[in-house]
Write a protein that binds this ligand. Structure first.
Ligand SMILES: [Fe+2]
Ligand SMILES: [Fe+2]
Length: 245
């Protein structure tokens, strides 16, 4: 495992196999000659699915066991608390994934990086875990189920899957992993801004203060990852080969 990629054999490009690539192009031409059903285009086919499909998930209504709207919900300003519940669910899912992303990066960096860098990552990991706890508590206080997968939690989870795959892959470099974490931190940062505005509109003044502290942490994470990626990418190859020891 290295901090940045090395030069070597890579057969994925068309130029490394002129014979097979020629066969591939010929095969494609053969495929074009096959009779196709032209009554429906690929786009129309996909659009038919889009129009006919239902929702991937619904926002669970925060209610008491007897079905009444929870008292926490009744306190909220505004007419429709669904978006707030959905976005709280999204943050719960994303911060939980953030902990896993940092765990995987720490495991990798323990082999290669300085104790100072690893200790910084451990701090970020603890902050992500704390953010998860803050949002979980708010969801519970409003009467929601913090374990429920809301629609936005579902899509955030799906979107993060690739990031987790990059970082968990034992072959990826630290630079590639930092790029993946940077994507997560960029999304995280904007999402906290939006959640703060939503909570503010709902009149959750105390929670806005807590969320603002989390957002300040996220600003630090983002800045650190931006600088680290720059450092790993812009320095000379010889330095990259030596690692950060
Ligand atoms: Fe986060
Ligand atoms: Fe973060």
């Amino acid at each position: 495992m290295k901090e940045t990629s090395s030069l070597g054999l890579n057969k994925t490009g068309i130029k490394t196999s002129p014979l097979l690539s020629k066969q591939m192009v010929t095969g494609m031409e053969e495929f074009r000659k096959m009779p196709l059903d032209e009554s429906i285009t690929a786009n129309e086919f996909r659009q038919a699915y889009i129009s006919e499909s239902g929702e991937a998930a619904k926002v669970p209504a925060p209610a008491t066991a007897k079905g009444a709207i929870s008292s926490g919900m009744q306190m909220l300003k505004g007419n429709d608390p669904r978006i707030l519940i959905d976005k709280l669910g999204e943050r719960i899912a994303f911060e939980r994934t953030g902990v896993r992303l940092y765990d995987a990066l720490i495991t990798k960096c323990e082999l290669l990086d300085t104790e100072e860098t690893v200790s910084r990552l451990r701090t970020f990991r603890e902050e992500e875990a704390h953010h998860f706890e803050i949002v979980r508590d708010v969801m519970e206080k409003l009467g929601g189920d913090s374990t429920a997968m809301t629609p936005c939690a579902n899509t955030a989870g799906v979107a993060s899957m690739g990031l987790l795959q990059v970082i968990s892959d034992p072959r990826t470099t630290v630079a590639q992993c930092v790029q993946a974490i940077l994507i997560a931190e960029l999304a995280d940062n904007d999402a906290w801004d939006l959640l703060i505005q939503l909570a503010d509109e709902a009149g959750l003044a105390e929670q806005v203060k807590q969320f603002q502290i989390a957002k300040d942490n996220e600003d630090t994470h983002l800045e650190f990852m931006r600088e680290w990626l720059k450092e790993l990418t812009l320095r000379k190859d010889t330095e990259a080969e030596q690692g950060r020891h």
